[in-house]
Design a protein around this ligand. Sequence first.
Ligand code: SF4
Ligand code: SF4
Length: 218
Amino acid sequence: MTTAKPQPNNPYDICTWQPEELCEGCPLRGRLKCRFRSGDLLHFMGMFAGFAIPAVIGMARGGFGWWLLGWFAFAMFFFNVWESRILCSHCPYYAEGGRVLHCIANYGALKLWKYHPEPMSRAEKVQFWIGLAILSGFPFPFLLLGRQWALAFVAFWGLILFFWTLNRYTCTRCVNFSCPLNRTPKAFRDEYVRRNLTIRKAWEASGQRVEDPAKGEA
Ligand code: SF4
Ligand code: SF4
């Protein structure tokens, strides 16, 4: 459990936002992406660019440049409003005080919602898949209609690599445990939840069991 009193930038007393000195001795240190690191953000953005750049070039070359505005507008809506509510508002990174999100993927998004420490609901998970399909599928009809075969292939390959590296290097260590992509080991998840009373209460209230090895439950 966190030991610092809630700070103005940490109103829910979440360890991710406590001073890093207090992480000393934590068994999760280095095992979870529980502290903001610019390298993690750059990795995420770099991998996403491997999909987005060929898709943008292909749409423009295929004569559908104006449709990029529609893709951009949807992305802004998704990242700042829709995904922000159904996914990010449940994430410990979202619990920081202030109106701007500082996290390893959706950095800079506006925080229009309040923090929701409980897990995502089933309806939110379904919406997440729908939103993700629209966002990542949007350019492909235009690439095909514009006969941009090579760029469509490169964008598709970039998308596969993006999800593959995300799944392998981020989803196994991410602290938004109820995300449908999350694959963090349960023991690490429970350790993190036990250290954060706000999250523990919300998870247990929603019927999730948080095991405690100290009580012989693991
Ligand atoms: S789980 Fe919390 S206390 Fe442990 S290293 Fe991560 S941020 Fe620090
Ligand atoms: S779920 Fe991912 S994108 Fe959303 S706040 Fe957490 S780390 Fe950032």
